[in-house]
Design a protein around this ligand. Structure first.
Ligand SMILES: O=c1ccn([C@@H]2O[C@H](COP(=O)(O)O)[C@@H](O)[C@H]2O)c(=O)[nH]1
Length: 273
């Protein structure tokens, strides 16, 4: 999916919401556990109930890998369901991959060709030759971890190297890589105070921003410092939407939570334009 199509969907839906499909069988409604494939049944219901309100879905692969072959099959069914029914929705495999070049190529093939995701999250730690194999894929997007939402982000990402924070090195250096136009970046909503500096380095890139809701990030603050002329933001919420209720009404409860965020996003879009 091209970035232009993503931007036009954001404008059409007045939403830059990404919904995280982090399925935990201990948290989904009990009545779904008797389905053949409870993970897919849950995802299908959530997607059908929320697709009008969001522009992206982000399954975190850990939640599928944890259930072995059944989990991986549920992930495949979920992405196929999205592609067949809602082809204009942007899909993100939150897999945080990255390895030596030939291995990265295989990871990229697995997520872009095998599963058909539009994008995958990648860790920058192993450098240029570990990321460029992902960037080589046409109309696919590599979402590089820049400044993450967790406390551990301060262990390395904000440390100074040559008087510059490591996450700034990641942003500056990655801009020099081949096909860097296919890059987007992860910046945690809990790090909104860093967004002005980040926008000085990468004014035009899309940011995937997890950490609103359960992690305490503030949507308005993220918009104030992170939005650009093409909006440039995908704000993710996972648990806050998909586990709004664990009863029979879980899908309606997810719609309501997604609607709350979409309404706030619409207000931000109106005040920005
Ligand atoms: O910096 C990061 C990078 C990734 N994540 C992932 O996003 C979701 C957040 O889920 P919530 O339930 O909305 O907190 C989850 O998959 C994380 O692994 C992140 O939180 N921060």
């Amino acid at each position: 999916m091209t970035q232009d199509l993503l931007i036009s969907e954001i404008k059409k839906k007045q939403s830059f919401l990404c919904i995280g499909l982090d399925v935990d069988l201990n948290k989904i409604p009990k009545h779904l556990l008797k389905e053949d494939d409870p993970i897919f049944a849950f995802n299908k219901a959530i997607i059908d109930a929320t697709h009008d309100l969001c522009v992206a879905y982000k399954p975190n692969t850990a939640f599928y890998e944890a259930y072995g072959l059944k989990g991986w099959k549920a992930l495949e069914k979920t992405i196929n369901y999205l592609k067949e029914n809602y082809p204009n929705i942007f899909t993100i495999a939150d897999a945080k991959r990255g390895d030596i070049g030939n291995t990265s190529t295989m990871y990229a093939k697995a997520f872009f060709e095998g599963l058909g995701f539009d994008s995958v999250t990648v860790a920058p730690y192993m450098g240029k030759d570990s990321v460029e194999p992902f960037l080589a894929f046409e109309d696919k997007h590599t979402i590089l971890l820049a400044l993450t939402s967790n406390r551990g982000a301060f262990d390395f990402q904000t440390k100074l190297v040559d008087d510059i924070e490591v996450y700034k090195h990641v942003l500056e250096t990655s801009k020099t890589w081949k096909k860097s136009e296919n890059l987007m970046y992860v910046v945690g909503a809990t790090k909104a105070e860093y967004l002005a500096d980040i926008r000085n380095i990468i004014p035009d890139s899309f940011l995937l921003v997890p950490g609103v809701g359960a992690q305490g990030g503030n949507l308005q603050e993220v918009c104030r410092y992170g939005m650009n002329d093409s909006i440039g933001l995908l704000i993710n919420s996972s648990r806050g939407i998909i586990y709004a209720s664990n009863g029979e009404d879980f899908a309606t409860a997810a719609t309501e939570k997604a609607k709350e965020l979409q309404t706030q996003m619409q207000k931000e879009l109106e005040s920005y334009s």
